[in-house]
Design a binder for this molecule. Structure first.
Ligand code: NAD
Length: 303
């Protein structure tokens, strides 16, 4: 019988699913159990979230270890090189938050388009500022999607349902996916120049760090809104602040920041900004899906 060590808390339903599939599941008790480097012996699989560090020592001590599953997105706490060297498979659940993040993009888009945050705060101050808060529609506007992977595609699908024209840019070939989603493939420059709404869905890499900076803001429409739910650092924050102050763009929705929490709150406090504290994947459903997908992956590999 394959044995699974669950080292960080995951949903009870995920543990039941693995047990029902015939796996022996042991939930680690950090206080009572010894160091993980000793406990790992005899297990085929370890499941972690972000707390437990699966170091080279842990991997080498795992005499039966063949699978590491990170329940969640990042893999910073797993030594992937050591796993590869020992032939241990590493998996995570990056697909779990896709719908939640895509929906958050629209929460930001509608909030920007209709001045929801300003309207709400002025109402709470007992002011009725109907004339000052005229909005714009999403219908028949152009949405530029930068990074057309899981989340970018989920956004495109929903944008089509709202009657938006979708243009998409990616470094990989997305011709057939664009066709499937009714989107038009575009260059980065076309997106910057043509889009009314721009949404970022790229990973943070040396090539994407600061990819939206002064030069890119200059190309955008003065009425454009930009939304970032990918990673802070993809947008150059000081260039964004200048672009908002000079009227180069109309506003921005930010879920992610160069520093989290921000060390400088100027950008967050700007009236043309809607800010959320890295909330895009924080939903009941996305968190439940992490457990379900983790169990499915473990069962597929081991049962
Ligand atoms: P994905 O891997 O499915 O898609 C990313 C896409 O970006 C890929 O198609 C890739 O080819 C493309 N890409 C890479 N470099 C590029 C470049 N230089 N220019 C254009 N495109 C480029 O990832 P995903 O699941 O869609 O996630 C997208 C982003 O969202 C990631 O940065 C992820 O960390 C972030 N994310 C944020 C939250 C949140 O809570 N805010 C939650 C989940 C994911």
């Amino acid at each position: 019988m394959a044995r699974v060590l669950v080292a960080d808390p995951i949903a009870e339903s995920a543990i039941k699913k693995m047990t029902d599939a015939g796996l022996e599941v042991v939930v680690r008790d950090k206080d009572a159990d010894g160091p993980i480097v000793e406990q790992i012996k005899g297990f085929d699989c370890i499941v972690v979230r972000s707390a437990t560090k699966v170091t080279k020592e842990v991997i080498e001590a795992g005499d039966r270890l063949r699978l590491i599953v990170r329940a969640g997105v990042g893999l910073d706490n797993v030594d992937q090189d050591a796993a590869k060297a020992k032939g241990v498979k590493v998996m995570n659940t990056p697909e779990a938050p896709t719908v939640s993040v895509a929906e958050m993009v629209f929460a930001h888009m509608f909030a920007l388009a209709r001045n929801i945050a300003l309207a709400d705060s002025s109402m709470k101050d007992e002011r009725w500022e109907k004339k000052k808060l005229k909005g714009v529609e999403l219908w028949q506007k152009t949405l530029g999607v930068i990074g057309f992977g899981r989340i970018g595609q989920a956004v495109a699908k929903r944008a089509k349902a709202l009657g938006m024209n979708v243009i998409a840019y990616d470094v990989v070939d997305i011709d057939s996916i664009c066709k499937e989603f009714g989107a038009k493939r575009a260059t980065l420059e076309e997106i910057l120049r043509e889009a009314d709404y721009i949404t970022l869905h790229v990973p943070l890499l040396p090539q994407t760090k600061g990819m939206i900076g002064r030069k890119q803001f200059e190309m955008m429409k003065s009425t454009a809104f930009i939304i970032n739910t990918s990673r802070g650092g993809v947008i150059d924050e000081s260039a964004l602040l200048d672009a908002l102050n000079s009227g180069e763009i109309a506003g921005a929705g930010l879920d992610v920041f160069e520093n989290e929490p921000p060390t400088d709150w100027k950008l967050v406090k700007h009236p043309k900004i809607i800010a959320t504290p890295h909330l895009a994947s924080t939903t009941v459903e996305a968190q439940a899906r992490v457990g379900e997908l983790t169990a499915e992956k473990v069962i597929n590999e081991l049962a």
